[in-house]
Design a protein. Sequence first.
Lengths: 194, 194
Amino acid sequence: MPYPSKIDPAAIGAVGLAVAEEEGWERWSLREVASRLGVSPNALYRHVGDRDGLAVAVGSEAARALAGAIAAATGDDPVDRLVDMAVRYLDFACERPHAYEAFIRAKPQPDSEQLAPWLACWAQVLATVAAAVPHAEEACGFALWSSLHGRVDLTRGPASVVDPRWGIDGAVRALVSGFADGGPLPSPLEPPEI
Amino acid sequence: MPYPSKIDPAAIGAVGLAVAEEEGWERWSLREVASRLGVSPNALYRHVGDRDGLAVAVGSEAARALAGAIAAATGDDPVDRLVDMAVRYLDFACERPHAYEAFIRAKPQPDSEQLAPWLACWAQVLATVAAAVPHAEEACGFALWSSLHGRVDLTRGPASVVDPRWGIDGAVRALVSGFADGGPLPSPLEPPEI
DNA sequence: GGCAAAGGTGGACGCTGTCAACCTTTTGTC
DNA sequence: GACAAAAGGTTGACAGCGTCCACCTTTGCC
């Protein structure tokens, strides 16, 4: 109903991600993003609700970028393809650390369409895992994703020396072979919902 | 040389952790910790250098608590003991989320004695892994720790529905069996330094 | 007795997210 | 055409934050 918006909604995420990658995930501010959009802080504030809302927009953009990066995984053998995907995941995290941080720290509302970009990433992991470990796809997918993210985050924290890719080839193959040979199924706690 | 310090250095970490666990890791402030210590913000500021320094003190306290929690792991079989340790790790993260956050987000200076509490945790993981997977202890230890932390962090982010303990028993056993049967060794990228 | 030095204080700065009040442009309806 | 509603924008203010500054107080040493 109202009058022409000065802000292109699609630009919010893009500009926000650019700012986050320049200043670092813990340092970027809503005010800076607003000023780069040529708009007062409050104008942007109205669009995104609050700072966390802006973070979700930034994270979505990052999730799309990550999805694109891992989608390029190749390999004839399913396990080779899985390893390649894992390496691409870690490469993305290494080359665009703040974008990765945006992807992982944003808190999209559960059960909302905000989740879509994250679900797209998860779906890709699941599909690639399914080809390698058909009978324990979700358990193995969760284990793999956890392992990948854990590597990234650990090497940024106290264990800040190791490259997250250290031993990744062997680790992925070990994970797959551990799950694959009719191996153990997850103990019954709760079904995964994402 | 100078005059009696009002601040008990040992209390900084303890009070800081208490504040962090009340207010949340992203919300606690140096000023609040100072006020609870009965001291002006600047007095505390001088002690810890800056906010990150205080974060390290808080994280150390948390690391000691975590070390205590996983030290209680039991089990006759080495793999059972490893599973028990993993569960205790995840329990700690679930029951004291902000303390765990402090443990993982603090950035102690590399190669300094600040690292000690974190190294103590790592040593425990390594020792428990070594009993189960003697020939690939570091690779498997890193894989396990990554996996545990990844589970915790993922379930707090976009995948905020799953309990991190979901399928942990099977996942640890799969990891071990993947590494154990003369399985793959890490690909040569870099040696782990912590 | 002076003096360096460590620890403490209060005041100030710039930055942040957020809120309130107000203005401007558009659209839909009588 | 007049008018209300509504969405978007603006300016101004607020409290809280980390941090820096200048200054004071207590101690141990020469």
